[in-house]
Design a protein around this ligand. Structure first.
Ligand SMILES: Cc1ncc(COP(=O)(O)O)c(C=O)c1O
Length: 388
């Protein structure tokens, strides 16, 4: 194992603070490292491995697909891509889908789509997008600018023009960010990286009111909250709202890189041939994975179980003295200042539990959605040892 660490430190760009562990095998919700040590995984590759590791249907479908054909480009019709688009459209309030490869790219696409939509409507002056403090939308210049957290901006200025910030869950701040140039508001229903901060209902109601009054688009970043994570296919489905644009990535491919943007018909029309694209976006491999993931989580009862297991996890976390928040299997526990979330995650790893951290000194739980209640108990038992 030391060789991995030494050579990783020697050859890779050092932009990640890696744990000194390398996993070589996964099965269900368990991971195994180079020494054969077993870990229970409550992180799922940061809310990615929806069906856990080595899910028989996903593995088999991918192996078959890879043997057959992997990539042809979007100059041709790709059957699983069309199947996935159909599933997403039939299970949402939106009409069309564009595929890309990551969350940042999906959000970048959304920013371009907003601009082009108003440009086509003869209102090029409407180009400003309002985003919110504590949000996270990715690392490319556009999505980084949309991420209203100064710590991520340091050293990367000048940022993209036309993004304005307001305070999350603060109605007055939202109102004062809107002007005649505003084209859209973009937000997460539960801020993931920001610390698992749910949106307040009165704030959401004001977003809806303002977007109607000022002809604004509602862009929802469901990169982390989407694909069953909160117990519904999309987090917006917990509320009485239909966004104009929804971005997806993370859990959609169950571990294979894929991003997607869903939009209403009238908005999607702004992208005509040549206006936007992606070489790899929605290729055979990634959309084969997405099709299996979606079919599995849309099976009868699956999403209800996610909600139920989420409540169960919340309860168990309360029992050990934590203060959880979130929805479904997207749960955060803020810790008191004197207990560093990073230190807890490190200790947990030593004890065979993989958990994440998020902003605001928060522990983050985003396990594979296939986790079972006994496994939740197993994870909380380890956590109890290291957190108190
Ligand atoms: C809500 C949200 N949007 C966008 C992103 C960026 O996704 P990616 O890392 O795939 O570019 C993330 C990643 O954490 C995210 O949580």
């Amino acid at each position: 194992m030391e060789r991995f660490i030494e050579e990783g430190n020697r050859y890779l760009v050092q932009n990640y603070a890696r744990y000194p562990v390398s996993f070589v095998k996964g099965e269900g919700v368990y991971l195994y490292d180079t020494e054969g040590k077993r870990y229970i995984d409550m992180l799922a590759g940061i809310a990615v491995n929806t069906l856990g590791y080595n899910h028989p249907l996903l593995t088999e479908a991918l192996c078959n697909q890879i043997r057959n054909i992997m990539h042809v480009s979007n100059l041709f019709y790709i059957q699983p891509q069309i199947d996935v688009a159909k599933i997403l459209v039939n299970n949402s309030c939106l009409d069309r889908v564009f595929f890309c490869n990551s969350g940042a790219e999906a959000n970048e696409t959304a920013i371009k789509l907003v601009r082009k939509y108003f440009y086509d409507k003869g209102k090029p002056e409407k180009f400003e997008i309002v985003t919110f403090t504590g949000g996270f939308h990715g690392r490319t210049i556009g999505s980084l600018t949309a991420t209203a957290q100064p710590k991520y901006h340091e050293g990367f200025k000048p940022l993209l023009q036309g993004i304005k910030y307001a305070e999350f869950n603060n109605v007055d701040s939202l109102r004062s960010a809107i002007n005649k140039n505003t084209a859209a508001v973009m937000f997460e229903f539960i801020q993931g990286e920001g610390g698992i901060n749910p949106i307040r209902e009165d704030f959401l109601a004001e977003i809806e009111r303002i977007s109607k009054a000022y002809d604004l688009l509602i862009v929802v970043d469901e990169v982390q909250t989407g694909i069953g994570r909160t117990g519904k296919l999309f987090a917006y489905q917990h509320y009485d709202i239909c966004p104009d644009i929804v971005t997806l990535a993370k859990g959609l491919g169950g571990g294979i890189p894929i991003g997607a943007v869903l939009a209403r018909e009238e908005i999607a029309e702004a992208f005509t041939p040549g206006t936007h694209g992606s070489t790899f976006g929605g290729n055979y491999v990634s959309t084969t994975a997405a099709k299996i993931v979606l079919n599995e989580i849309l099976k009868d009862g699956f999403l209800e179980e996610v909600e139920d297991k989420g409540s169960f996890l919340m309860n168990e976390l309360k029992k050990i003295g934590l203060n959880p928040r979130g929805k479904g299997l997207m749960i955060g526990c803020p810790l008191p200042e004197e207990v560093k979330a990073g230190d807890v995650a490190k200790k947990a790893l030593e004890e065979g539990l993989v958990i994440g951290t998020a902003g605001g000194n928060t522990l983050r739980f985003v396990p594979p959605l296939i986790i079972e209640k006994e496994q939740i108990l197993e994870a909380v038992k380890i956590l109890e040892k290291v957190v108190v």
